[in-house]
Design a binder for this molecule. Sequence first.
Ligand SMILES: Cc1ncc(COP(=O)(O)O)c(C=O)c1O
Length: 439
Amino acid sequence: MKDTPIPYDVVKQKIADSGLAKVGRATIREIVRLVNEIEAATGKKYIRMEMGVPGLEPSQVGIEAEIQALKSGVASKYPMIDGVPALKKEISRFVKNYLNIEVEEKSCIPTVGSMQGGMASFLLTNRCYKEKDTILFIDPGFPVQKQQLKVLGMKYETFDVYNYRGEKLRAKLETYLKKGNISTILYSNPNNPSWICFTETELQIIGELSNKYDAIIIEDLAYFAMDFRKDLSKPGEAPYQLTVANYTKNWIMLISSSKAFSYAGQRIGCMVVSNDLYSRRFPDLKRFFSSDEFGYAMIYGAVYSLSSGTCHSAQYGLAAMLKAANDGTFNFVESVREYGEKAKIMKNLFIENGFQLVYNMDEDKPLADGFYFTISYPGFSGEDLIDELMFYGISAISLLITGSERIEGLRACVSQVQRTQFEDLENRLKKFHQDHPIK
Ligand SMILES: Cc1ncc(COP(=O)(O)O)c(C=O)c1O
């Protein structure tokens, strides 16, 4: 029997009991369940890097505002579908302060997380023109968005951006856009899972092509201001979070509160529609909605039918946090900087023990340290590496399920790993390296 940091026979048995043919092919939630079971059976704690849960406390400002709202009786009242005025105002200020983009309050709409913001967006953007019925993902990406499209019965195309950074992105995007069926381009920035951040050049290319081909951009800012190479924390001062909105008027932004404000449990996010797109009319929308005005159909067609608005008290919680950030009394970026600090140390531990970074550059700049990083080990496919690391008390997910073509890669998420576990991580990686010498 092999001598591994987590008892070999228990891990083997638990994997067999799970019924998973290959752990490396399992979904995030299946891996979570399996690791919970092994931890319970062995009493040993894993270095858990499989799931992107915020590992930090939310700000008191949000919690207190939410409690106050509940005490004042909002729980019994339906919220307005387009959001409470206090929140709409703060979202608009936030977009000006941290992106330097002007947007009217009416175009700022709370959603049940960015998850719902994405689903509502697809319902609109993919129906503006009869002939444009396909979403294009600049991958790697967040797998649930593709699941949403499957549920909606909508089509999508995708490519891995790994080999198409910088100017090369233009020709690659045009091969899709030229066909005339692409309604929307979606990407996250910083990117889940690779943590690449698009450069100004790349955003300009995306913006120009959005204009040329009349494609709507969904810019998923789930990790807002978390490119820690720059200080994006000062309201109303450059540098700002980079955005495609500087180059096109055809955009929707999804600003999640889950990671930047550690507010995932309350399921609230912001959908921001550009002023121009909000008031544009698309006659083909009438096939599905009572109005052909984009913003009106979004609110009273899509958001209404999905959930009749967003949790009333959570809107007050988020409004208070955004207000504090806008007023400069709450530095939300500082509170999440810890992810970047941990990533730097953890990446080094992996590299010292024979691992390699998979996505490692933004054009000519090394990648930022943040919420995720991607790794591989010579001689292993991503799937096999996940299987093997289970015996070493380390869990992650395969890049395969994210639309990446780097089949050797894993995504590691730093949020749930505690600094007190770094010693364990180092010892386990050393043992892995010893047991799997690189030829
Ligand atoms: C890229 C991306 N988009 C959207 C989401 C979902 O955000 P929310 O919790 O606001 O629904 C996540 C969460 O992990 C994400 O990584």
